[in-house]
Design a protein around this ligand. Structure first.
Ligand code: AP5
Length: 219
């Protein structure tokens, strides 16, 4: 089993970059945000618990996150390659991920820190639109759909995430600064951190990460 992390603030482009990597590599995309939104949509116990935290822009409790990630990894095989997006976000989640990978005879290969300035994060999140049906992500200015409000991929309706209101975005950015950003040091000390400029066109960021993950072993 192989594992990489796409790490970064809300709006850094984790989901967008994950789509590009997934299309060109065997990595399985595990986005805790997507898993939680699906749980909310389905009205499961996890979804009912998570909804209020997400609406406020706060983190969902560690125990719930760790449980859903463990359940997902339990379904996988020993040769799977995972790309985590939006996980881990706290010290406890990072420790538990290490333990979980070790139990499965795997370890973390690389943590890609997607770096972009705060003004850009704000502009990206306020303009984001997502397909209700297939989850594809657009931006009203940067990555507009061919027909306004309609998904290019499946024809589904595009909507604005409830947590993409300006006041909630500011809260999410604060939560990132206070509870998540510190993990950069944790991974830098372990020598697995690679910082990538994600303020560029998305294909450039995807290409840089792909070059890295597809390099021959030992180089
Ligand atoms: P989550 O869904 O993970 O949200 P997030 O981390 O806030 O990240 P975003 O999805 O907002 O941003 P992104 O970096 O993926 O950017 P994107 O590619 O979409 O989490 C939501 C909530 O769930 C959390 O607040 C929390 O409550 C809960 N949660 C989730 N995981 C948790 C965990 N582990 N622990 C506890 N709670 C958890 O891009 C944004 C926009 O920019 C898009 O419109 C896109 O089209 C555009 N864009 C992206 N890249 C480019 C580019 N290069 N050029 C131009 N436009 C671009």
């Amino acid at each position: 089993m192989k594992a990489i992390i796409l790490f970064g603030a809300p709006g850094a482009g984790k989901g967008t970059i994950a789509e590009g990597i997934k299309a060109a590599s065997p990595f399985i995309h595990i986005s805790t945000g997507d898993m939680l939104r699906e749980a909310v949509k389905q009205g499961t116990a996890v979804g009912r618990e998570a909804e209020a935290y997400m609406k406020r822009g706060e983190l969902v409790p560690d125990a719930t996150i760790i449980r859903i990630v463990e359940e997902r990894l339990d379904k996988g095989g020993k040769d799977d390659a995972y790309m985590f997006d939006g996980f881990p976000r706290t010290d406890a989640q990072a420790r538990l991920l290490d333990e979980s990978l070790a139990r499965r005879g795997a370890r973390l290969d690389v943590v890609f820190q997607l770096a972009a300035p705060r003004e850009l994060l704000m502009a990206r999140l306020t303009g984001r639109r997502v397909c209700r049906k297939c989850g594809a992500s657009y931006h009203t200015i940067n990555i507009p759909p061919k027909r306004e409000g309609v998904c290019d991929r499946c024809g589904g309706e595009l909507y604005q995430r409830p947590d993409d209101q300006e006041s909630t975005i500011l809260k999410r950015l604060d939560v990132y600064d206070q509870q998540t950003q510190g993990l950069i040091q944790y991974y830098a000390k372990r020598g697995v951190l690679v910082t990538v400029d994600s303020a560029r066109p998305r294909q450039d960021t995807v290409a840089e990460i792909l070059r890295y993950v597809q390099r021959p072993a030992g180089s």
